[in-house]
Each structure stands twice: as structure tokens, then as C-alpha cells.
Ligand binder design. Sequence first.
Ligand code: PFF
Length: 442
Amino acid sequence: MQREHWGSRIGFILAAAGSAVGLGNIWKFPYLVGAEGGGAFLIVYVAFLIAIGLCVMIAEIALGRRAQANPFGAFGRIGGKGWSVFGFLAVLTAFIILSFYSVVGGWTIAYIVKTLTGGFVGYTGSEFESHFGALVTDAVEPVVYHGAFMAISVLIVIKGITGGIEKASKIMMPLLFVLLALLVVRSLTLPGAMAGVEYFLVPDWSHLNADMVSAALGQAFFTLSLGMGALITYGSYLGKKESIPNAAMWVVGLDLLVAVLAGFLILPAVFAFGMDPAAGPGLTFITLPAIFAELPFGLVIQLSFFLLLFVAAITSAISLLQVVVAFVCEEFNVARKPATIWVGLAIFLFGVPSSLALGVWGDITFFGMNIFDLLGYITDNYFLPLGAIATCLVAGWVSYDSFTDEVTNGGERPFAYLTAWKWMCRVVAPIAIIWVMIHALL
Ligand code: PFF
């Protein structure tokens, strides 16, 4: 059967940028920058994003396109049999990450529904706080919304690459930019906003230490959706004529742009209202709604913000779902429709304990962590880096010649930084990633 292809270059770029731009950009990035030294962190982060993230992304897309297969098949075909273990690991990682990512995605739907039905009218800061606590610890409501989030992901992926993922990305990514731009303007025009901009941008080099460097590299990987097969899978549908380095540059650029804009949205608002910028996830679901509620047209602003979060989350979720669906379809010869439905259901069920871990199952812990935190910890610190290292080694050493061929389109489109890219994949990226893994252990 003919493999599906993206309808256009921009379709691929928007879908891949949709995968990259997610909750990681909007809730994690701004407070990470603030907490880790502002502009100092930003400089280190951008250096990693370009030097290492971009290189690994090029390798992942090339691996997928060369093999014309899902990550498991791709590693086996290009690296050789033994390497398929890493492909399987990538598929497993996508499965696990989506199971808890979808729980958080479900919260964004819950907030949209509550805003639309007038449930937040007249809420004060402490009411938002107790609302968030009550929502995530409830045994039923967040599970239902997690199910709704998975159902929407299934409905998109079931329609295929062009008719589902590409079409959804082409509608949602422009919407994301419009919402983001409106919210940034609102936030920057608040009295006292500049203090937030300063916190975000002014470098404080006293933060430059191993913790900061490791956080910057970890964030660069997560935000670019590397190490779990998403770009291998999306790359496998990329037309042979497209330039991989060029497409990857667009994706990295868009991801960085959204992260920086999210910083300009969140930190100025937090400072204008004298709130704590280090509040973490609570910042998104408690602090910001409370701030928006006090502004004129507060509910519209709130609705735009939760819609923004939802769009960011769903375009990432579909890329993870597609990884697993492509694996099941290709390795077990299952048609797309049943594969999508069964995989979606399995991920939903697997995610239920993560949701319950924040409430009724909160006492069940492993190594001192509940299931939600444990899954995040293992995938972030072990699975994801292992997947990325394996890609680098296959690209740089095992099958360098076929990667060179793929990255340059058979020599037709020379890649000016080919040698630099090769040594990044061979030595620099693997060492940097191993260092971060060891650092996480200590
Ligand atoms: N890049 C997404 C984010 O920043 O939220 C998360 C993610 C999506 C990671 C898809 C991995 C992935 F395959």
C-alpha cells in the first residue's frame, strides 16, 4: 500500500510545530526561565535548542523518512535488528507520556466548560485554588475529561495524516498564534508589567550551574518532542523533495517563538498582580485565572487562555497517539480505524490511575512518588534520553551514509553544516544527554 504523505510542506511544519508546542511551552517554560536566572537561562537554552535539539530533530526526521516506517520498524530497518529495541522503547514512551498528558489536557477542557457555563463568575483567588484542588482530586470528573480529551485525539487521528492531523494542525496552529498574540498584548499593557519582562529577560549569571544547564537541556528535548518517536513518525510521511534541515529549522523556530511569547504573556501578568512566579503548575490553573477574573472582559480572556492551552495540548497529543497507532498498524497489520480506537482506549485506561493518583489513590507510592509523578520521572529522565541517544548513534555512526543521503536529498540539496551535524550526533549530543541522565540520578 502507498504510504500517506503530508499534503504540503507547510502542513508538515505546522503538524510538527503542533507537536512541539505544548503544555511544556506554556506552563513550564516561563516559570523555569524566571526561576533559573532569566536571560542567563534563556541564552543557555537557545544554545542547546539550536546546537543539540535541532541536530537530533534532523536525525529523527531523516530516520523516519529513510525507513518509511514507525519508530520500531525504522530503527530495525536502518540501524539493524538489535536497534529496534529503542524503537519499541520510543513507542512505549509515547504511550506512557500520552496517558498522563491527556489527564492534564482533560483539565483544560474542564476549565473551558466551566467558563462557558458561567461557573467562574465572581470567583476570587482562593476560590480558584479550592476549585483546582477539588477538580484534580475528584475520583470521577477528571477521569471523564481525560476520556473526552482522548476521544477528541482519536477523532482527529482516525481521519489519517492529511485528512486528520494535517487539517487539524492547519486550523489550530494559526488559532493558537492569534490567541497568544491577543493575550500577550493584554498582559504587556497591564500597569507594572515591565517588572515581569525584566524577571524574564535580565540575565542573572549567578544561576549558571549544573542544575541550570541540565534543566535547560531537559526542557529543550521535551519541548521539541524528541526521544519518543514523534518526529520519526511524522518524518516518515514527509515528501522526498523537502529539505529536512530547513523544515526542522522552522519547527525549532516556531517552538522557541511560542515559548518566548508565553513568557511575555505569563510573567508580566503575574508581576502586575504581585503574585509568585515560582508557583509552577498552579500558576496556570490558579494564579492566572484569578488575575484574568479581575480584568474587564475577564471571562473572555480566561476562555481564550484555556482554549490556548487546549489547542497546545491536543496538537501534541495527536502526535503521540500517531506514534503508537502507526506502530500497531504497520507491525500487526491492523487497519487504521480499529487501531486508533483500541490504542486510544488502552491509553485512556492506562491514564486513569495517574488521574486517581492525585486524589483517592494518593497514598499509593513507589520510590516516594505517586503514579502520576513516577511516570513523568521515568520517561523524562530515562526513556526519553535513551531514545535520543539511540537516534544520534544510528545517525552518526551506524548508518551515517544513508543519513547523509537522506539529509541532503541524495546530494541534490547540500547541507552546509553537515560535518558539524555529524559530530554533534556522534559525540557532543550523546555525551551531553548522558551527563544530564547522570545528573538526574545524583
Ligand atoms: N513538546 C510537547 C510540549 O512541550 O508540551 C510535549 C510532547 C509532545 C512531548 C509530543 C513529546 C511528544 F512526542
